[in-house]
Write a protein that binds this ligand. Structure first.
Ligand code: PLP
Length: 409
């Protein structure tokens, strides 16, 4: 029998004593979720405006996803890829048909999917582009966030992600984000195999590049025979008002990297999509994961994607996002308490001032929490606001009222 937690204070004290201090959470202890709402152990209800960093696009504990989880869990959960299972092929077909690719490779975390994309791009670079051994380069953007492994942080420009974690993996070249000239220059190096981008930089503070940036990036990749690797782990699965953020510019990456909402926040499920020319370079034994593509994940993934389609969540994100930004822009123009509102669909941020190292955003999130809304700063001065995509018009207005009240007090 597992002991039960009876108060927030007790839960926080336990984590503090026995858990690594690798996060700085808001002081709220959650015990239940449903749709756009979360409840703490004292029974207080909150609007979730983080959605587990966009993993819970379908809303907390979506009944259809939970039903798929339970029914599959009662049949078969894990076989490893040493054997086939009767759900993986169905999930592979669904993601390939949904996103328009020939092959899918399932992993678990977002970081693993990015690692997979790096390996695929390098392999393609050596075996198809003819890059000399061990000299392939992947071009990444400043302020990127692609995960926490030692290889991935080797492409990070954030000192808190890299300090004292070296030595780093060679083979990355870092350029300014949203700078087409920088891409063209970097890709002219014949050793470049991949251009690795987020279509909107989420962790950087929901930084939306100018219209045409992704299209220009895709054109530069084509011109220089480089693979476009698009990390849609946070932006994908309807979050920005289209199934993929790259869809806003009708760009089709060579390697599409997905995670988070691929499982509706129920299990770690990620995948990389590509066409045969790239994916078939991976031969048995060259890459894998014990849990990747397990039947439980496959069943949950299929139901999660189907829910997004059946409930029109991309359309809802587009519509609710417009209402949200209109309200925040009106507030900004009226009161000047915020400096900037930006985002697409329901991936938005408010920028409060110019001081990245301030505690303003944290203090505001504490005030939101007291008023029943949970959000988290991405920097000292930026708050990302990203509710589950099932939010209704009435609810989004209620949340805007809360945000307005806290900002104007
Ligand atoms: N890529 C992007 C764009 C992300 O936002 C994240 C997580 O926030 C990741 C990769 C890493 O995903 P995971 O935490 O599942 O490894």
């Amino acid at each position: 029998m597992i002991d039960a937690i009876t108060s927030s204070r007790e839960a926080i004290a336990l984590e503090d004593k026995f858990g690594a201090h690798n996060y700085h959470p808001l002081p709220v202890v959650l015990t239940k979720g449903e749709g756009v709402h979360l409840w703490d152990v004292e029974g207080r209800r909150y609007y979730d405006f983080l959605s587990a960093y966009s993993a819970v696009n379908q809303g907390h504990c979506h009944p259809r996803i939970i039903a798929a989880l339970i029914s599959q869990a009662q049949e078969l959960t894990l076989t490893s890829r040493a054997f086939h299972n009767d759900k993986l092929g169905l999930a592979e077909r669904l993601v390939c048909e949904t996103f328009g690719y020939q092959k899918a490779l399932f992993m678990n975390s977002g970081a693993e999917a990015n690692e997979t994309a790096i390996k695929l791009a390098r392999k393609w670079g050596y075996e198809k582009k003819g890059i000399p051994p061990n000299s392939a380069v992947i071009v990444a953007a400043k302020k990127n966030f692609h995960g926490r492994t030692t290889t991935i942080i080797s492409a990070s420009s954030d000192p808190s992600a890299t300090n004292n974690f070296g030595p780093f993996m060679p083979g990355f070249s870092i350029i300014d984000y949203d700078d087409v000239g920088a891409i063209e220059k970097a890709l002219s190096d014949p050793c470049v195999c991949g251009l690795w981008l987020e279509p909107i930089q989420g962790e950087a503070g929901v930084y939306v590049p100018h219209d045409g940036y992704l299209k220009a990036a895709a054109a530069a990749c084509k011109k220089n025979n480089v693979l476009l690797m698009m990390d849609e782990i946070q932006t994908g699965i309807a979050r920005t008002g289209k199934m993929l953020a790259a869809d806003h510019e009708s760009v089709r990456p060579d390697l599409l990297i997905l995670g988070k909402a691929l499982s509706g926040g129920v299990l770690p499920v990620s995948c990389v999509l590509a066409d045969d020319e790239v994916m078939m370079l991976i031969k048995p034994g060259q890459h894998g994961s014990t849990f990747g593509g397990n039947p439980l994940a496959a069943a949950v993934c299929m139901e999660s994607l189907q829910v997004v389609k059946d409930e029109g969540l991309a359309e809802n994100a587009e519509r609710m996002g417009k209402i949200f930004r209109a309200r925040m822009t009106a507030l900004m123009n009226r009161t000047r308490v915020i400096k900037l509102v930006r985002g697409k669909g329901l991936l938005n941020a408010i920028v409060i001032n110019d001081t990245e190292e301030s505690d303003t955003a944290w203090n505001l999130c504490m005030a939101f929490m007291k008023e029943g809304l949970l959000a988290k700063p991405t920097h000292g001065n930026i708050i990302r606001l990203a509710p589950p995509l099932v939010i209704t018009e009435e609810q989004i207005h209620e949340c805007c009222d809360i945000i307005e009240k806290c900002l104007t007090q």
